[in-house]
Design a protein around this ligand. Structure first.
Ligand SMILES: C[S@@+](CC[C@H](N)C(=O)[O-])C[C@H]1O[C@@H](n2cnc3c(N)ncnc32)[C@H](O)[C@@H]1O
Length: 288
């Protein structure tokens, strides 16, 4: 059931997370700047209906890739560099545990990844008591070729969908998914194109997700009025899709440059201000 919160009280609990962390705020969306591992423990327990996380994949380890037809180093940023299996696993387990604390009893979490991280995610999820619901294979038809010719071309990412616990009665909007698949049951193989130029008009993020992917995820597993968290929100794709679909959104990222891109993108949908909590009513929010 959608929460009946009025705009006044909607973000009142944010002060616990520290007003200084607020990068931008509107009635329907909020962006927090900082380390997710420090911010998540300050958020209220059980508050979020759904989490989407596109975490560091630990891909940036000096390998090569093909970018715009040219050979290039895989370097998404410092945040994506592996620190060894134990440290990477502990980091992954930590944020998954913190997300579970803030998930509502019937809430679900979606986590994207490649082979570099997704098995850690699945293992930690099981250790922590999540209930695995599905693994979605996101297929990228126009994936770049493998330049080394020693591996199959990487053309998929995996997205794990899990409920908070075995007892959760999770939302699955079966009919909406079926109608999006020409009246047949939606399968777990999703062919979705990478983000369009239009989706990158406010700046590029090295691992930006397509809006269509997030729209499907949000429509499948939440209802209008519900609250969505993205602890590694980057350029704000989850927020764009959430606000567009009438959900509300809290995003965290440690990099202000990406938060600025997110603010502009979500602002196009909702009127998001970068002036902190006092600006919350300075524009007409679109949701009410
Ligand atoms: C894979 S990207 C997310 C991209 C996003 N889904 C999008 O569509 O733009 C991961 C993001 O997590 C951020 N990040 C990495 N470690 C973090 C941490 N400990 N706390 C908060 N943000 C972090 C990075 O700055 C990066 O923008």
């Amino acid at each position: 059931m959608p929460k009946a919160l009025d705009p006044e009280s909607r973000w009142s609990w944010l002060s616990q997370a520290g007003a200084e962390a607020v990068h931008a705020l509107s009635a329907s969306a909020c962006l927090l700047r900082g380390d997710a591992l420090e911010i998540l423990p300050k958020l209220p327990r059980g508050r979020f209906d759904m989490v989407f996380a596109d975490p560091p994949y630990f891909l940036s380890s000096g390998g090569i890739t093909c970018k715009s037809g040219r050979m290039a180093r895989v370097d998404k940023g410092e945040w994506d560099k592996p620190a060894g299996f134990r440290k990477d696993y502990d980091f992954t387990r930590n944020w998954l545990s913190l997300c579970r604390r803030v998930l509502a009893p019937d809430g679900t979490i979606w986590v994207s990844g490649t082979r570099h991280v997704i098995y850690m995610v699945g293992c930690a999820m099981q250790e922590l008591g999540y209930k695995l619901l599905n693994e979605i294979i996101w297929y990228k038809r126009n994936a770049p070729p493998n330049l080394s010719c020693r591996y199959f071309t990487h053309s998929t990412e995996t997205i794990l969908w899990a409920a908070r616990s075995e007892k959760s009665r999770h939302v699955f909007n079966y009919d909406a998914m079926k109608s999006q698949n020409k009246g047949r049951q939606m399968r777990n193989l999703w062919e979705i194109s990478p983000p369009s130029k239009q989706e990158k008009r406010y700046g590029k993020h090295p691992t930006q997700k397509p809006e269509a992917l997030l729209e499907r995820i949000i429509e499948a597993s939440t209802n209008p009025g519900q609250l969505i968290l993205d602890p590694f929100c980057g350029s704000g794709t989850t927020g764009v899709a959430a606000v567009r679909l009438g959900r509300w959104f809290l995003g965290i990222d440690s990099d202000p440059k990406y938060l600025e891109v997110a603010r502009k993108r979500i602002g196009d949908e909702s009127g998001l201000d970068a002036e902190g909590p006092q600006a919350r009513h300075s524009r007409q929010p679109k949701l009410w």
